[in-house]
Design a protein around this ligand. Structure first.
Ligand SMILES: *[C@@H]1O[C@H](CO)[C@@H](O)[C@H](O)[C@H]1NC(C)=O
Ligand SMILES: *[C@@H]1O[C@H](CO)[C@@H](O)[C@H](O)[C@H]1NC(C)=O
Ligand SMILES: *[C@@H]1O[C@H](CO)[C@@H](O)[C@H](O)[C@H]1NC(C)=O
Ligand SMILES: *[C@@H]1O[C@H](CO)[C@@H](O)[C@H](O)[C@H]1NC(C)=O
Length: 302
C-alpha cells in the first residue's frame, strides 16, 4: 500500500512538475507573442512611412515658395539665349526656388502676350508645385540684386518693373514688364484678357482687373541705385512692334473685359521640351492659340 501511495505521490509530483513546466513555457512564450506583434509593428511602421513622407511633402510644399517664371515668346532667339542663363543666375543668387517656362506662340495669328501667359499658367498649375508666378518679358533683364522676386502673398501683386525703375514706362498704373502674383490670385482674376492680339494694352486691362478685385500693387522699395535696375534687350529698329489696329480693336482694347480669360482660353499644345542654355534649365512649350473671329476678328488684320 505504502508503495502504491508512493507511486500515486510520484505521479502527483510529475503532474505538478509538468504543470509548472507548462506554466513556465507559457510565461516565456507570452513575451514571444508580444515580440511577434513587435515584429508586426515595423510592418505597420512601413505603412506609416509613406504617410509621414506625404505629410513632409505637404509641409515642404507649404514652407517652400516655388516660383514659375512665365515668359510669353515668339521669334526672339537672341533674347532667349541671354534671358535663361541670366534669370537662372539672378534668382539662384537670391535663393529663389524657380522654374522657367518659355511659352512659344507657334500659330500664325498676331502675338498674344496675355493668352500665352494664361496658357503658361494652366500648364504650371497642372504641375501642382508652384506657389507664385512671374509674368516676365523676355527682353527685360533685372540687374540690380535689390530687386527681390519674393512671394507677395494673396491680395498683393509685386510689380518688379516699377514705373520708377523701368527704362521706358513711367505712368503710375503701369503693371507690365515683370509682375508677380500668387497662383490663387491669378486664378481668382480669371487670368488675363484673351482679346489683345498685337502689341500692348493687355497689362492696362489687367491693372483694372486687379484694382476691382482689391489686389494691391506693391513696388520694390529701398532701391539705392535706381539707375540701371534693368537691361532692356530691345532693338526698336530691328524689332518693329505690331501696333496695327483693325476692325474695332481700338475701342475694344480700351474696355475692361469681364468675360474672357482662363475660363474661355482655347489652344493646343504642340510640344513640351526641356532645354538648357549654359547649364541653365528651362521648359519650352510650343502653343497654337485659337482665335474666335466673331469675338476678336483682329487676331489677323487684312
Ligand atoms: C548676388 O547677391 C549679392 C547680395 O545681394 C550681390 O552683392 C551680388 O552682386 C549678387 N550677384 C549677382 C550675380 O547677382
Ligand atoms: C517656336 O515655334 C515656331 C513655330 O512652330 C518654331 O518655328 C520655333 O522654332 C519655335 N521656337 C523655339 C525656340 O523652339
Ligand atoms: C527700407 O529701409 C528702411 C531703412 O533702412 C527699413 O527700416 C525698412 O524696413 C526697409 N523696408 C523694406 C521693405 O525692406
Ligand atoms: C465666339 O464668340 C461669340 C461672341 O461672343 C460667341 O457667341 C461664340 O459662341 C464664340 N464661339 C466659340 C467657338 O467659342
Amino acid at each position: 500500500m505504502g508503495f502504491r501511495r508512493f507511486k500515486t505521490q510520484k505521479w502527483l509530483w510529475i503532474f505538478a512538475l509538468l504543470f509548472f513546466v507548462l506554466l513556465y513555457l507559457l510565461a516565456i512564450s507570452l513575451p514571444n507573442v508580444n515580440s511577434d506583434s513587435c515584429e508586426c509593428s515595423p510592418t505597420t511602421g512601413k505603412h506609416q512611412l509613406p504617410a509621414e513622407n506625404a505629410e513632409n511633402e505637404i509641409s515642404d510644399h507649404h514652407n517652400s515658395n516655388h516660383l514659375a517664371v512665365i515668359v510669353p515668346f515668339r521669334d526672339r532667339f537672341q533674347e532667349l539665349i541671354e534671358f535663361v542663363p541670366h534669370m537662372h543666375k539672378f534668382l539662384s543668387n537670391q535663393s529663389v526656388l524657380h522654374d522657367i517656362f518659355i511659352i512659344n506662340q507657334s500659330d500664325n495669328f498676331r502675338f498674344n502676350r496675355a493668352s500665352l501667359i494664361n496658357v503658361g499658367f494652366v500648364h504650371i498649375s497642372l504641375l501642382e508645385k508652384f506657389d507664385y508666378i512671374a509674368m516676365h518679358d523676355v527682353d527685360l533683364l533685372p540687374v540690380n540684386p535689390q530687386l527681390k522676386y519674393v512671394n507677395p502673398g494673396d491680395g498683393f501683386a509685386l510689380h518688379i518693373a516699377s514705373p520708377k525703375l523701368h527704362p521706358k514706362y513711367h505712368y503710375e498704373t503701369f503693371v507690365g514688364g515683370i509682375l508677380i502674383l500668387t497662383i490663387g490670385d491669378f486664378k481668382k482674376l480669371n487670368g488675363l484678357s484673351n482679346k489683345y492680339w498685337g502689341w500692348g494694352l493687355e497689362d492696362d486691362e489687367f491693372f483694372h482687373r486687379m484694382k476691382q478685385s482689391g489686389i494691391k500693387v506693391l513696388r520694390p522699395d529701398n532701391i539705392t541705385e535706381k539707375e540701371n535696375c534693368f537691361r532692356h534687350v530691345h532693338d526698336s529698329k530691328k524689332r518693329v512692334r505690331d501696333q496695327q489696329k483693325c476692325y474695332d480693336q481700338k475701342t475694344a482694347s480700351r474696355k475692361r473685359d469681364r468675360i474672357t480669360g482662363l475660363s474661355d482660353l482655347s489652344y493646343r499644345i504642340d510640344s513640351i521640351s526641356s532645354l538648357q542654355i549654359d547649364t541653365a534649365p528651362a521648359t519650352l512649350v510650343n502653343v497654337f492659340l485659337d482665335c474666335n473671329k466673331t469675338l476678336t476678328p483682329w487676331c489677323s488684320c487684312p
